[in-house]
Structure formats: C-alpha cells, structure tokens
Ligand binder design. Structure first.
Ligand code: ADP
Ligand code: MG
Length: 243
C-alpha cells in the first residue's frame, strides 16, 4: 500500500536520506529505530511532504508523487493519505480537544461540522478522554495531550499514521497510557510507521523493524531477527546499546 523508491533528501550539501527504498503493506506496523541525526524524522516528514524530498517516488494508497515531476495537486492528495503524531503534540492551543480532533475532517475532508464533531467525540471516548472533550490543551497532562494528538491522527481518514517519537517528550508516568493507545491501534490493524526508542514496544508490536543509520536503511526484518539475530555490525552495535 505504501511504496517508497529511490527517496533522497539533501539540506544544502548535507545528504540526509540516501536512496531509501521500502514498502509497507496495509495493516502493517513498521517501527523505525536508529541513532539520532540519522534521518528518521526527515523520512517520516517526506512521506507527508512536510519536507520536500530531493528525488524519489512515494505512493500511499491512491496517491502517488514524483519529487522531481509533479503538480501541486499531487502534494494535496498525498498529504490526505497520512497523518502525523508529533513528539511535541503540536495541538492547536486555542481549540478544545474536540475541535482539535474534528479539524481535519472539517477543513480537509469537508465533513459537515456536526458529523465531524460527533466522529471526533467517538474517537476521544475511545482513547479514554470522554471527560476532556471541551478542555484546552494547556489544561491537559502530557499524556492526555498526546492522546488527543493520536485521536486527531485517527480522525484523519488517511491510509497510514506516522508517529515521530510520540513518547519522547513525555514524563515517564505518561508513557504507558500513550503506548497503550498505540497498541490498541496496532491490534485493530491500523497501518502505522513509528519512529521510537521504546524497544519493548517495537518487540511486542512491530511486524517489521527498520534500522536506519546515516541516511540509509541498514537492515530490516521481524523484531525477533533485528533484536536477537541482527546481521549487520551496525545493527548489532545499536541494538546492544539500546536493549
Ligand atoms: P533523526 O530524526 O534520525 O534524529 P533528523 O531527520 O531529524 O534525524 O535529522 C537528520 C539530519 O538532517 C541531521 O543532521 C539534522 O541536523 C539535519 N536536518 C534536519 N532537518 C533539517 C533542516 N530543516 N535543515 C537543515 N538540516 C536539517
Ligand atoms: Mg527525529
């Protein structure tokens, strides 16, 4: 369902992504691990065109784009196919939890407002925030804000949810409740790509783990393989430190 081929990204002279190729099947849970500064965030951001790739082709569901030859409309269509969960939540501070979750339905998908609000409510109930519908982000804990962030991504009707270190900014006490929501989504076979340092989550939940270093995919495979029998020296070194 997702196909990325020959994706590269340069910031000036700095090559951050170098010929990235991978595929993701519908319902698959892919976890990306690797040292910081390796290009993991840039890769996710390119998938959503938050960053413009330098070269390469990205297909997500019905949307397809070639970095060097496309129309503006291709970007709009590609963006509709994924939603992003940010490390720092990136909620609208002046909107309630309910409004944050309904926003993309109203603006991107042109869903009638009442229907969008009702859908948003259902999703917030599902992530355990039934009591917080009309509350603003500043009145929520980090864990609650991130659950709103995930609810917002769930509301968007794209094919895949992209998570960029969704628990890294959280106080330790809030990490588990956020991981629990992600596990629930995985259980429901929501296609997701998750950049994380939570190795236990990767072991338990991932269908496939991708190890990235220095702008390359060094190795990928089932969690069992990556964590207990990595083939590449660099993967071995990283996994040894991370576990
Ligand atoms: P990771 O998420 O694996 O830590 P990033 O994708 O954030 O890595 O960053 C990869 C490299 O790209 C780093 O060297 C970083 O400094 C650089 N980089 C990221 N974003 C920008 C940007 N907007 N402008 C210039 N360099 C950037
Ligand atoms: Mg990052």
């Amino acid at each position: 369902m997702i196909n990325v081929s020959q994706l590269s990204k340069k910031f000036g002279d700095l090559a951050v992504l170098k010929e990235i190729n991978f595929e993701v099947a519908k319902g698959e849970i892919v976890v990306i691990i690797g040292p910081s500064g390796t290009g993991k965030s840039t890769l996710l951001r390119c998938l959503n065109y938050l960053e413009t790739p330098t070269t390469g082709k990205i297909t997500i569901g019905p949307a397809s784009i070639d970095a060097v030859d496309h129309k503006a409309k291709d970007i709009t269509e590609l963006r509709k196919q994924s939603s992003f969960v940010f490390q720092n939540y990136s909620l609208f501070a002046n909107k309630t939890a309910l409004q944050n979750v309904a926003e993309s339905l109203i603006t991107v998908w042109k869903t009638p407002k009442q229907e969008a609000l009702s859908t948003a409510e259902t999703i917030l109930v599902k992530v355990g925030l039934a009591e917080k519908l009309d509350v603003y982000p500043s009145q929520l804990s980090g864990g609650q804000q991130q659950r709103v962030g995930i609810a917002r991504a769930m509301a968007a009707k794209g094919e895949v949810i992209l998570f960029d270190e969704p628990t890294s900014a959280l106080d330790p006490e809030w990490v588990d409740e956020v991981l629990a929501v992600m596990k629930q989504l995985a259980f429901e076979k929501q296609t997701m790509i998750v950049v994380t340092h939570e190795m236990q989550f990767a072991k338990e939940v991932a269908d496939r783990v991708i190890f990235m270093e220095d702008g390359y995919i060094v190795e990928q495979g089932a969690p069992q393989q990556i964590f207990t029998n990595p083939q590449h020296k660099r993967t071995q070194a990283f996994v040894k430190r991370a576990l």
